[in-house]
Design a protein around this ligand. Structure first.
Ligand code: CMC
Length: 428
């Protein structure tokens, strides 16, 4: 591979360095190109622009490969647990038994949140979307731990912020749901593991015992693993950019929650179920909805289809599709919208519009169906995604800070008015 590239503009040739990643990915480094030539590059949506060198997640969209720190998503989803994967993603290596026990222990001892956070929660109307509540409660941690605002803290202090976030996000998420339901909040139960504790805080009530179903807890743990990181996606890029201004970890993660919320990103899991319900209510005519998705004059898109980087298949969707079948069978759930989903997938996979554009089901196509079977309400689906993505956001924020990356600040090509004189009000 050549270690330089040439760009010719206005009769002058500029030589630019080429860098290569550990999996053979090649990039032209344009960092100094503007200072040499006065010219910038433009790439709306960053479709072909790398913003960083990262050692966390490798993804090959053409081959359908996803690996965290070198380990395949298939192997981790089958053999690992969410907290082990979280440790791996954040600290770079699989923990030994003692380290993992310590990590879990630390997390279970920080699950409680300051009682005043309940006052903030009480201020939200029950109609508040839980993603907005989650983002606000994460930001509120900056008020309860003001020392976290210092960008130059020691690694031990940063580690404590990381533990607090991992420990408290399930509490915030479950409390956001309780607020919506108008039910009293449930306090964490530190005897339970991560997902079981979350389920109890979500569905338990102070007036009766709540038994966590191990099938549900295991399925949820696997879903969280599948969402744990996905390199430089919209929310992760947001976390890195916000953190690059030396805003605190909590502020950066809160911004990530908001970026994830949109229906083109994490919000797609909620949108998929709403779409399937709409198709069902409309009589289940999948061909009609496929035609709408292909009609350029119709804003409707087939939610859960297509991906910026996966152009073959989304490996997470493969695992989830199988998990959906297993979970529904184990729980004895017969969900008619699963048939609509499978019908849509079959049609799309042989439809030239979808085939030509390489549009395959993504992670969100089947995740909503499992969440539904597990009893998670639709508006909480994106919150589940946020719980899963948290270790990835943390790891990417930590890597960005440890690499001493500069503030994120893109350029633009200005296309507005040229200089003009101010016109007084009487003459407008
Ligand atoms: N239904 C119908 N047409 C589509 C769809 C879809 N779901 N997705 C893309 N297309 C078409 C699009 O209209 C365009 O067609 P043309 O070339 O004729 O103009 C072409 O495919 C390329 O699409 P794009 O919008 O330029 O691609 P993108 O990389 O900017 O967008 C995407 C990727 C995921 C936002 C998009 O595929 C989409 O909106 N999908 C539905 C929402 C969704 O499921 N999002 C979850 C993504 S997975 C979770 C996560 O990691 O965020």
């Amino acid at each position: 591979m050549s270690n330089s590239a040439e760009i010719k503009i206005n009769g002058k040739t500029y030589e630019l360095p080429v860098i290569e990643g550990s999996e053979g990915e090649v990039a032209i480094d344009i960092g100094k190109f503007r200072s040499q030539s006065g010219v910038i590059t433009i790439d709306p949506g960053f479709k072909n622009t790398g913003s960083t060198k990262s050692a966390i997640t490798f993804l090959d969209g053409e081959k359908g490969i996803l690996r965290y720190r070198g380990y395949t998503i298939e192997e981790l989803a089958e053999k690992s647990s969410f907290l082990e994967v979280s440790y791996l993603i954040i600290y770079g290596e699989l923990p030994d038994q003692k380290t993992l026990e310590h990590f879990k222990n630390e997390i279970s001892h920080h699950t409680l949140v300051h009682e005043d956070i309940k006052k903030i929660l009480d201020g939200f109307p029950s109609a508040a979307h839980p993603m907005g509540v989650l983002s606000s409660l994460v930001t509120s941690l900056t008020a309860f731990y003001p020392e976290s605002l210092d960008p130059n803290r020691s690694s031990d202090e940063v580690d404590l912020s990381i533990i607090r976030l991992l420990a408290k996000l399930p509490t915030f998420a479950a409390w956001a749901f309780k607020n919506e339901m108008g039910h009293p909040v449930m306090y964490p139960d530190n005897k339970l593991d991560y997902t079981a504790n979350f389920l109890k805080m979500m569905f338990g009530l102070p007036v009766e015992d709540y038994e966590v179903d191990p099938v549900v807890a295991k399925a949820l743990d696997q879903l969280l693993i599948l969402h744990a990181d996905h390199e430089q996606n919209c929310s992760t890029a947001t976390v890195r950019v916000v953190g690059s201004s030396h805003a605190s970890l909590y502020a950066s993660i809160s911004a990530g929650v908001c970026a994830l919320w949109g229906p083109l990103h994490g919000g797609a899991n909620q949108a998929v179920i709403e779409m399937l319900e709409q198709i069902q209510a409309d009589g289940g005519d999948t061909a009609k909805w496929m035609a709408k998705a292909k009609d350029k004059n119709d804003p409707f898109r087939l939610m859960g289809f297509g991906h910026r980087v996966y152009k073959n298949f989304d490996p997470r969707a493969k695992i989830i599709k199988k998990a959906a079948d297993d979970v529904l069978a184990k729980l004895g759930v017969n969900d008619p919208i699963l048939d609509i989903a499978k019908g849509l997938e079959e049609e799309a996979l042989r439809d030239p519009y979808f085939v030509e554009r390489k549009l395959y089901p993504n992670v969100d196509f089947y995740s909503g169906i499992i969440y539904r079977a597990l009893g998670i309400p639709t508006e909480m689906f994106t919150v589940m995604f946020a719980l899963g993505r948290l270790p990835g956001w943390i790891a990417q924020w930590k890597e960005m800070r440890e690499n001493g990356e500069p503030i994120g600040r893109p350029r633009q090509v200005y296309v507005g008015s040229n200089e003009r004189n101010y016109v007084s009000m009487d003459n407008r």
